[in-house]
Ligand binder design. Sequence first.
Ligand SMILES: Cc1cc2nc3c(=O)[nH]c(=O)nc-3n(C[C@H](O)[C@H](O)[C@H](O)COP(=O)(O)O)c2cc1C
Length: 182
Amino acid sequence: MSEQPLRVLGLSGEYRSTSKSGMMVNHALNLAKESGAEVFFWDCNEKPLPFVGEDGCWENANVKEFQELASSCDAFLVCSPEYHGTMSGVMKNTFDWLYDKHIGGKSVGLMCTLGGMQNSNTLNHMRIMLRWLHAWPVPEQLAVGHVKEAFDDDGELTDEATKERLKSLVDSVLNAATMLKA
Ligand SMILES: Cc1cc2nc3c(=O)[nH]c(=O)nc-3n(C[C@H](O)[C@H](O)[C@H](O)COP(=O)(O)O)c2cc1C
């Protein structure tokens, strides 16, 4: 195990840390922190990333900061809402700002939230996308269906099985990050 704590970046496919996907990412980051990692959350509401290709995007200060932060991290915990059967535009655009040199060879934990019944479409689409970035999504993954009922009034996950799957996912991402760094 490296002496430096693992650095883990959380990415949400929604604006605001208070969105359901933002909440999932922050629950995951808290577990990573409890295991000794140093954690970061990129909040697109505070620091929006422009659409790739829009005027001035290549000189955007948020993009530079985001890419530098991603480069400095060892692992990623990611959650997208499912929109029309796939990841949100915010999620895709966030990944469109990352290249192999920022995320390649690093472990990734995939999560998604759905208004309807849970399925793996968004997770699979993100997994395929990550192949082009040479990233290493771990086999564990988590789809939270009927997401409106998934949290209590304090923002805690209500379902024990979901909590256990989240812990397994985070543990796997940290273990993989340690192996990939060695
Ligand atoms: C444009 C749009 C498309 C959506 N498509 C789906 C869908 O295909 N399947 C589904 O279960 N829920 C769908 N939903 C519901 C979202 O998945 C749900 O609101 C989201 O996971 C909540 O997380 P958030 O607070 O992070 O946005 C859609 C919502 C929007 C706004």
